[in-house]
Design a protein around this ligand. Structure first.
Ligand SMILES: Cc1cc2nc3c(=O)[nH]c(=O)nc-3n(C[C@H](O)[C@H](O)[C@H](O)COP(=O)(O)OP(=O)(O)OC[C@H]3O[C@@H](n4cnc5c(N)ncnc54)[C@H](O)[C@@H]3O)c2cc1C
Length: 328
């Protein structure tokens, strides 16, 4: 680890001022950033601790929730309104990491945690375009069992690691940001990027821009939502494939549905094709399977991860079956 300065901000204005003055990196719970510093993937000269930002969860006038960037993952998963109105979010958070890590991890940090591609972390021996643009990607011809099957590029096949973000992608979520140009909001689906020619950029954030909150818009049928994660171990492992979904039905017909997949792409993957195939149709195993096939039609598996294509289809069918059964 190289030497760095440390300062703690009491609020967003102070964080921006300190961050701008020192070209600093923001520090949430540190559960990802400190590992990246230890592994010399990240070498910030200055840290601004942003755990003093808002840590409240408030009802909005529109019937949603405004969640401060410094809210810890445990507090969010345990919140009564989250558990009853957005159970997919509580389940996704609880499927990630460990209790100790969730106690430390913040909402802002979870959104911006970096890929778990082993080549990205291997600063001594591996080429990685995400770590050093233009250096090459050793995952493409390497051990790529955990890598992307959708939306990858010839520069990067890494996947996004967050469980929480898959749930946020399925819900109707807005990200609140503050930067040197003022405050702005972003639909959650526009925050993370596909790799293209610039895999070093995970998001569309401007340098120094701060996440101040996320907002869950009202989505009444999200009370019928869930998250399922398939991984190599029952705990303490990242997703091979995960599915977040919410389903609204009228009799045997689907009136609305929202789906996102995890473990398959460089960003949480909103399954718009599957949603379109399902909306206004019957809730049957065949329609679920057809929707899954439509979503995965463009999958381009690598040498070791072809199994993810069928796995994603099967998990999606199972999750939709559970949700349809829950409201039948
Ligand atoms: C052993 C282990 C297992 C794990 N397993 C899982 C898992 O199964 N599923 C899963 O989803 N996650 C898992 N995680 C990852 C964990 O969820 C993340 O490390 C955590 O969410 C990051 O939050 P943090 O507050 O600690 O972020 P930090 O490490 O502090 O920061 C992460 C990034 O966010 C930036 N940042 C932080 N706050 C802000 C802000 N307000 N505005 C702008 N930028 C900000 C930082 O600059 C940094 O780039 C695991 C982690 C470990 C160590």
């Amino acid at each position: 680890m190289n030497p760095f300065s440390y300062a703690r901000a009491g609020d967003a204005v102070e964080a921006l001022r300190l961050g701008h003055r020192n070209a600093a990196t923001y520090l949430g719970g540190g559960t990802n950033l400190v590992d990246l510093m230890r592994e010399r993937v990240a070498r910030p000269d200055a840290l601004v601790d942003v755990t003093g930002l808002s840590a409240t969860i408030e009802e909005t006038e529109g019937g949603g929730l405004l969640i401060g960037a410094a809210v810890r993952n445990t507090a969010l998963a345990e919140h009564r309104a989250v558990r009853s109105r957005y159970p997919v979010l509580a389940r996704a958070i609880l499927a990630g990491a460990s209790a100790q890590i969730r106690n430390m991890a913040t909402v802002g940090g979870n959104l911006l945690q970096r890929t778990r591609c082993t080549y990205f972390y291997d600063t001594d021996g591996s080429r990685c375009n995400k770590r050093a643009r233009g250096s090459g990607c050793d995952a493409i011809e390497g051990l790529n069992r955990g890598h992307a099957i959708l939306g990858a590029s010839s520069a990067c096949v890494a996947t996004h690691p967050s469980d929480m973000c898959v749930a946020l992608a399925a819900l109707h979520t807005i990200v609140h940001l503050q930067g040197s140009g003022g405050a702005r909001t972003l639909p959650f689906g526009e925050l993370h990027r596909l790799p293209g020619d610039h895999p070093e950029l995970d998001t569309v954030l401007e340098p120094g821009e701060l996440i101040t909150a996320i907002e869950l818009l009202s989505l009444p049928f999200a009370s019928n939502s869930t998250y399922r994660k398939v991984r190599d171990r029952a705990s303490y492992a990242f997703a091979l494939v995960s599915v977040a979904a919410a389903l609204e039905m009228d009799g045997g017909r689907i009136t609305d549905v929202r789906i996102a997949l995890g473990g398959v792409a460089h960003k949480p993957w909103r399954a718009l094709k599957a949603e379109a195939a399902l909306r206004d149709g019957p809730a049957t195993e065949q329609s679920f399977r057809d929707a899954a096939i439509a979503e995965l039609a463009d999958a381009k598996p690598l040498r070791d991860n072809g199994f993810k294509v069928e796995l994603a289809k099967r998990v999606l069918v199972a999750v939709l079956g559970d949700l349809a059964g829950a409201v039948a």
